[in-house]
Write a protein that binds this ligand. Structure first.
Ligand SMILES: NC(=O)c1ccc[n+]([C@@H]2O[C@H](COP(=O)([O-])OP(=O)(O)OC[C@H]3O[C@@H](n4cnc5c(N)ncnc54)[C@H](OP(=O)(O)O)[C@@H]3O)[C@@H](O)[C@H]2O)c1
Length: 282
């Protein structure tokens, strides 16, 4: 049985991986901040050496971009040095390492989707600390998968949740029409991660659902599927109620997945529909 250590297991992506994996095929070690803080180097090394997982999936991070701007030391401690600590132990025990990363490693100034071969140029503390994490993983481990995604929604604080909450409490919602991305469900991301760890096709991957929209169109689709009727206004990011420090053009091209032609991500609207219907049934 494959032994997989899910780090940051209580977050959106960590919990989605738990939902999607087959417990008959995978023995899981789940840890989150309360059990194991990834910035504690000795504890991380000790946990890895005692449990000897075959795969380490690092879903732990400081993902609040505004918190990262306010507290850069915290962002670098967790997003960069935490990833370093896990890489050190992965190398020591010969485990495969999966590092979750983000479109925020790019500057967002492009008008065409970023491929894995484009140069990074992060503009935010979050993006810079995540790129530093990627670099540590590349430096310390050979058997790694760096999986970049964007606009992820699952069980946690995300754009879908914020739109639905606003719909309950407000008559009108102003959403940015100048931010572009590909909404991706945490479950779809979990599935591609579980696929990759069964291969030896190491390297960096972009993994987002298919299709591109702006935040306004994303909100429109969420409200339509939820049957909510509030007025939606398309505005620039500076006037948006749900904006944060993000690249304007956050579109990733799943270039490598496309050229190796073995795994296809679903369409973002189909994925969102499935997520919303599961949410409404629950
Ligand atoms: N969400 C997105 O749109 C998105 C897009 C692309 C990439 N990603 C990447 O995917 C990964 C997971 O994202 P997510 O959306 O699942 O994030 P999330 O819901 O914020 O989960 C992150 C988890 O990490 C934990 N954590 C924070 N500091 C820690 C520490 N020092 N030690 C151990 N655990 C710690 C958090 O615990 P607390 O909640 O207690 O702090 C939380 O459970 C991140 O690397 C993120 O950069 C996310």
């Amino acid at each position: 049985m494959l032994k997989v250590w899910i780090v940051g297991s209580g977050g959106q992506i960590g919990s989605a991986i738990n939902e999607v994996l087959d417990p008959l095929e995978i023995e899981v070690f789940n840890t989150d901040k309360d059990e194991l803080d990834i910035t504690e180097t000795d504890e991380v090394l000790n946990f890895g050496e005692v449990n000897r997982p075959d795969v380490i999936i690092n879903c732990a991070a400081i993902t609040d971009t505004e918190l990262c701007e306010r507290e850069p030391e915290l962002a670098y401690r967790v997003n960069a040095l935490g990833a370093r600590n896990l890489s050190i132990v992965a190398r020591k025990i010969g485990a495969k390492m999966v590092q979750l990363s983000t479109d925020d490693v790019f500057d967002g100034l492009s008008r065409t989707p970023y491929s894995e071969f484009d140069d990074t140029n992060p503009k935010t503390v979050y993006g810079r600390s995540k790129r530093a994490g990627e670099n540590y993983v590349k430096e310390f481990t050979h058997k790694h998968f760096i999986v970049r995604s964007n606009w992820v929604y699952g069980n946690g604080n995300n754009f879908v949740k914020r739109v639905l909450e606003a719909a309950k409490n407000q008559k009108m919602l102003a959403v940015a029409s100048d931010q572009f991305g590909s909404p991706t469900s945490a479950k779809d991301l979990a599935k591609i991660i579980l696929y990759l760890i069964g291969t030896n096709e190491y390297g960096t991957y972009h993994a987002t659902c298919k299709g591109i929209c702006n935040r306004y169109e994303f909100a429109q689709e969420i409200l339509k599927l939820a049957g909510e009727n509030i007025e939606l206004k398309a505005v620039p990011t500076s006037e948006s109620e749900l904006s944060s420090v993000r690249p304007a053009y956050a579109v990733l091209d799943n270039f490598i997945l496309r050229i190796i032609d073995v795994y296809e991500m679903p369409d973002w609207k189909a994925s969102l529909k499935e997520y919303m219907s599961e949410k409404m049934e629950a």
